[in-house]
Design a protein around this ligand. Structure first.
Ligand code: X5A
Ligand code: ZN
Length: 681
């Protein structure tokens, strides 16, 4: 099963621009599209996508979200004079009209619908629509923030109506709050809207009370609107990943969408004159990757903002690489979230505690963090001095002057997945068997034999270990991305792999994820060369280590909810912060993990170590080889279905672990330091 990535673009959408002077609107230029598309063409990414034509949204499409009066009013704009256009524009905030914008707005909405059609009919797996004008600020009867029609909101209603989609997740990673999307689905529990946005206690545009974390949705839709307001600029990769791991992903997995739409604004990246954030373009590779195993991979990205042309083009390329299945780059220097981000995360988690069982254990909002921002005397006088204008001006120059390293070229190994299988076992489709003719040197063989095998005649076991080392060698040389080995004894194979890695610079940090109970053969080291996360059902008492993390689930690995909580809230943040060069994923015999969870784990872990994952399984697990290989090949995992509440014992176990480890691994933090006092022991 290989399915492509759609790219939907039409030059026509570059054919409108601001015709008068308006400082608020001058950043929304046709070059935003030409530069993004140009970068995709130049890097060869566009050629690897399935090019899908745009279409015009019909009146009926537009009316799924907008009022007839508004549509009729916009329809007249192509015939207006410059003066009439300026006058028409005045009734809305931070937007401009042009004789051709109505045409482009119909194409932008239509492009989004074409993307939804392509994904829902499975002609492609996922895709990106590069559109102008953007959509997420426009509401039923108003243009706003460069947006005319709400592309993603229209597409959501369209998907529900045409394909009977039951649950849609909308992830709005644009740096602005998509208030138009929030308004459209506030009372609708079938649409989960998540947005993070620059807020600064309501001082940042669009300055709405309802952008705060306290807007959780209304009536039946309570709990289905998630706002994470950023109250400081300069948010980094850690801040974004932290919110994904500790809020968005747990809720998204509990919700279990049939379709994921992304309001993909890249003004949340470094260098943007609007956002003033510091996340680097490669973060979008990870944000995309983390969403790709939801909804069986049905993921539609739609361009919203992004105003630094360099940053925008790089972010778009990073995103498309990931949609195409290329391994993500290692996210550099994740030092953990900042205090202000933790405060926002804490407040948002606490606001959603009543609605999501994955957040049942979240700490309550600290009482000193009031919803309302109280302006200090100093801030008030600053504003009165009119210093805001100057300050803005200065910051704008600064944002444009920020420099960052261009993301490294993403090299895809010539071979994605190699397998080591016992004699006679069928090689899964799309994988390459490691051939037995590649014999490691006699020395290695004799060492292996001596170290790992008691019985001298276990020839087959020895051959498998030799092949395993060959496979690791090829992964180190980046000739192979990942692999799977069915071995006679996983414990021996694991030891063998770890010892092999020890002397190698490319595998100087190995994340070992053990699923199931078994005595670990390898000595646990404190030198940081390995980080072991061991998920099972046997309690391992008095653990103090930073590098050995046993997670004991009451019902063991067969418990879907408990396992996913551990993966999203513990393993992923640990993995990201550890930044391994290799992931060793070990299926212990009889661990009882269910297939869907195993697929999710395999898929999610590939965001680490540039996708270098080696899976070890015991010979008798033949039945699971095909699904595992499929995930290693980049196919999306199966859906788990909406998740139940976790067992209280497991919640407690995971919380205890998180509290123990959060000082060493600060990507595990979910609250700001000052409010943490009473929960630390
Ligand atoms: C789509 C988008 C931003 C509008 C900013 C107006 N709009 N100050 O990013
Ligand atoms: Zn924006």
């Amino acid at each position: 099963m290989t399915m492509g990535t759609a790219l939907i673009y039409d030059e026509e959408m570059t054919k409108y621009k601001l015709l008068w002077v308006d400082p608020a609107c001058k950043i929304e230029t046709p070059e935003r599209l030409t530069v993004s598309h140009g970068a995709l063409v130049r890097t060869g990414l566009a050629d690897r996508c399935v090019s899908v034509p745009v279409r015009e949204a019909t009146d009926a499409d537009v009316l799924l979200v907008h009022s007839e009066e508004y549509l009729e009013a916009v329809k007249k704009t192509p015939y207006m004079s410059l003066e009439q256009l300026m006058e028409f524009t005045l009734q809305y905030g931070d937007v401009y009209f042009h004789p051709n914008i109505y045409h482009c707005a119909k194409l932008a909405a239509g492009a989004t619908l074409q993307l939804v059609d392509s994904v829902m009919t499975r002609r492609v797996r996922n895709g990106l629509a590069l559109v102008r004008p953007p959509g997420h600020h426009s509401s039923t009867s108003a243009a706003n923030g460069f947006c005319v029609f709400n592309n993603v909101a229209i597409a959501t209603r369209y998907a529900k109506q045409k394909y009977g989609v039951k649950r849609v997740l909308i992830v709005d990673w644009d740096v602005h709050h998509g208030q138009g999307v929030q308004y459209a689905f506030e009372d609708d529990p079938s649409v989960l809207y998540f947005s993070w946005h620059r807020y600064e206690h309501q001082k940042f545009w669009p300055n709405l009370r309802e952008s705060d974390y306290s807007s959780v949705g209304k009536d039946k839709g309570a709990g289905f609107n998630i706002n994470v307001p950023w109250n400081k600029v300069g948010m980094k990769n850690s801040d974004y990943l932290s919110v994904f791991c500790h809020l968005l992903l747990p809720v998204a997995y509990e919700f279990c969408p049939d379709l994921v739409l992304v309001c993909a604004g890249f003004d949340s990246a470094i260098g943007d004159p609007e956002g003033h954030m510091c996340a680097t373009p490669d973060i979008f590779a990870h944000l995309s990757h983390l969403l790709m195993n939801l909804a069986e991979g049905k993921l539609c990205l739609v361009l919203e903002g992004g105003y630094n042309l360099t940053s925008l083009a790089q972010s778009v390329c990073q995103t498309v690489h990931t949609l195409l299945g290329d391994p993500a780059p290692q996210p550099a220097n994740l030092q953990g979230p900042c205090e202000s981000a933790l405060e926002s995360l804490h407040c948002a988690r606490s606001a959603h505690k009543p609605y999501w069982s994955c957040l049942k254990h979240a700490a309550d909002k600290p009482s000193d963090l009031s919803t309302q921002y109280v302006q200090t005397e100093e801030q008030r006088s600053e504003e009165h001095n009119g210093s805001e204008q100057t300050e803005e001006g200065e910051q704008e120059v600064k944002a444009e002057e920020v420099v960052w390293a261009e993301p490294p070229k993403r090299s895809t190994p010539p071979l994605r997945t190699a397998v080591v299988l016992p004699e006679g076992a069928a090689c899964p489709d799309g994988c390459e068997p490691i051939s037995s003719s590649v014999d490691p040197s006699a020395l290695v063989v004799s060492q292996l034999g001596e170290k790992f095998l008691r019985e001298a005649d276990e020839r087959d076991a020895l051959t498998a270990l030799c092949k395993l080392l060959t496979l690791l060698g090829k992964m180190e040389k980046n000739e192979i991305c990942n692999g799977l080995a069915l071995v006679h004894d996983v414990a021996t194979a694991m030891t063998c792999a770890v010892q092999h890695c020890g002397g190698n610079s490319l595998t100087n940090r190995v994340l070992i994820v053990c699923v199931g109970d078994a005595v670990l053969p390898s000595p646990i080291t404190e030198d940081g060369k390995t980080l072991v996360v061991h998920i099972g059902s046997k309690e391992i008492k008095d653990q103090k280590s930073k590098y050995y993390i046993p997670v004991c689930l009451k019902k063991g690995c067969s418990d879907v909810t408990g396992f996913m909580q551990a993966v999203l809230g513990l393993l992923l943040p640990l993995g990201y912060q550890y930044d391994p060069s290799l992931v060793l994923l070990v299926w212990m015999p009889d661990c009882g993990v269910c297939e869907g969870v195993w697929q999710q784990l395999t898929g999610l872990l590939q965001g680490l170590a540039q996708g270098h994952t080696l899976v070890l399984m015991q010979e008798n697990e033949k039945a699971s080889v095909d699904v595992t290989a499929s995930c290693l090949l980049g196919n999306p995992a199966a859906c788990l279905g909406p998740l139940d509440a976790p067992l209280p014992e497991d919640v407690e176990t995971l919380e205890r672990l998180r509290l123990r480890l959060q000082a060493d691994w600060n990507l595990l933090q979910t609250t700001a330091p000052e409010s943490r006092g009473d929960e630390e022991h």
